[in-house]
Design a protein around this ligand. Structure first.
Ligand code: GLN
Length: 487
């Protein structure tokens, strides 16, 4: 009987290891949830490819994720599914290797269910910039799931999988997690190997994890974190234990940066954040107002640096090395023209912006200056943490999930969904989003950011906050779809 599938991934895996839960039962529930999500006139469409039948590559049912179904964003290389990056240019492309994070998931016993939809190459905040059509928010199908890891967040929120990998360049794990009412973690730059993550902006990119609860996300991070000789930017530091039983927050100092609570902040989001701050105080934390003065420069800085790196990284799609290969073209120019015409409008916009800010006459005025401002943004974080603040609390996004089509005609409006998330990528610090309440039935995410390598303490604070909010009855805090797997 599938009614015995435990709510937490830790318990699910323990039951599979013990032999009291058949992984096939879990998969059958997964398949039913997928069918439900994709039925009706407005399907969620979280996946670009899904496994069929049994798969010998699934890990032995022995590890910390034994039998746990996991989804992987389609810009992370997998040997047994295509890796399209949501782009026509990589239609049907198959990687000859698994990303290190995927390999570690399999070794931990996880079942990779399939690959999830994303904004093309990770460029977007709504998953509407996918060449394969949008994903819908499972909590309100007229709304976006956020992006660019919208497929991963939607797959978890719809109760299809028990966790997912996403990627972050400027908020692509945290923002969709906030919109879909799930937990998303962006680790410190270098904590998780980028080997097999298709590059967007390499100095900002990081693989992140999504789960229905803080602990579900924490186990995923535990499994994928750690040094990898295949990624020279991965850090050779021990991985602490990320399992954090709820505890008091006595002595913990939470900084509240005023720049993240502008007058223009959605009033519902602001009031849910205030309640979460009260809950943190109730747990014994000291809440202190702080300032990160360079915050207003973060979005412009990000939208210079990320396109600059993207314009260089995406030069590799030349029609020769990866993906689509046009037959019968007259010369190299025609090959380039026809191949690169397959990029969607947002990717073309970023390549043009990036090429412009790197060009000889403008390099100093834009790219060089943005690099200097990035340093200042990073100093803001160093200074605030040096002043005795253990973690910062902010809203993850300025508004709850917006409607499909609402921002597609205005790139600038779309970019502003990232105002509270791009800073952590620019500074390289860890950050997570967890559901802290809702506004008009839509989930609101609260963000915690900490000094480099503070994932363990961020998870401890998040676990305490999660259980405090759950016991005070806030909706959108408990894993609401837990029951989906059981009916
Ligand atoms: N929305 C941001 C962008 O479009 C962030 C994307 C990401 O984190 N991959 O660049």
């Amino acid at each position: 009987m599938s009614t015995s599938i435990p709510t937490s991934n830790r318990d699910l895996a323990a039951n599979v290891r013990r032999g009291s839960l058949d992984p096939a039962t879990v998969l059958a529930a997964t398949e039913r949830a997928l069918e439900r999500a994709d039925s009706g006139p407005d399907p969620v469409s979280a996946f670009l490819s899904v496994r069929t039948g049994t798969d010998d590559r699934n890990g032995p049912p022995t590890g910390p994720l034994a039998g746990v179904p996991i989804a992987v964003k389609d810009n992370i290389a997998t040997i047994d599914f295509p890796t399209t990056c949501g782009s026509r240019i990589l239609e049907g492309y198959r990687s000859p290797f698994d990303a290190t994070a995927v390999r570690r998931l399999r070794e931990a016993g996880a079942v990779i269910l399939g690959k999830t939809n994303l904004d093309e190459f990770g460029m977007g905040s709504s998953t509407e910039h996918s060449a394969y059509g949008p994903t819908r928010n499972p909590l309100d199908r007229s709304r976006v799931p956020g992006g660019s890891s919208g497929g991963s967040a939607a797959a978890v929120a719809a109760g299809i999988v028990r966790g997912a990998l996403g990627s972050e360049t400027g908020g692509s794990v945290r923002q969709p997690s906030a919109f879909c009412g799930v937990v998303g973690i962006k680790p410190t730059y270098g904590r998780v190997s980028r080997y097999g993550l298709v590059a967007y902006a390499s100095s900002l990119d990081q693989i992140g994890v999504i789960g229905r609860s803080v602990d579900d996300a924490a186990i995923l991070l535990q499994v994928i974190a750690g040094h990898d000789a295949l990624d020279s930017t991965s850090a050779d530091r021990p991985v602490p234990d990320y399992c954090a039983p709820p505890s008091s927050l006595e002595g913990v100092v939470i900084g509240v940066p005023q720049e993240y609570f502008p007058d223009s902040l959605h009033p519902g989001v602001s009031s849910v954040c205030r309640s979460a701050l009260h809950a943190l105080e109730g747990l014994g934390a000291e809440v202190r107002e702080v300032s990160l003065p360079t915050t207003p420069y973060a979005v412009p800085t990000y939208y210079i640096l990320a396109p600059a790196e993207a314009s260089s990284n995406l030069a590799r799609y030349d029609g020769v090395r990866y993906g689509v290969r046009y037959p019968g073209v007259a010369d190299v120019k025609e090959l380039y023209d026809r191949t690169r015409a397959l990029f969607g409008p947002e990717v073309k916009r970023r390549i043009m912006l990036g090429t412009y800010v790197l060009s000889a006459g403008y390099y100093d005025a834009y790219y060089g200056r943005a690099q200097r401002v990035r340093r200042l943004i990073s100093h803001d974080f160093t200074n605030v943490f040096a002043s005795g603040v253990d973690a910062l609390f902010t809203p993850t996004t300025p508004t709850p999930a917006f409607r499909l089509g609402e921002r597609t005609d205005d790139p600038y409006e779309m970019y502003l969904s990232d105002v509270f998330t791009v800073t952590a990528n620019l500074a390289g610090v860890p950050a997570l989003s967890l559901p802290i309440g809702d506004v008009d039935g839509l989930p609101v995410g609260g963000q915690l950011m900490g000094p480099p390598w503070s994932e363990g303490s961020l998870l401890r604070i998040a676990t305490a906050l999660e259980s405090s909010l759950a016991s005070s009855g806030s909706s959108h805090v408990m894993p609401r779809h837990a029951s989906d797997q059981n009916d």
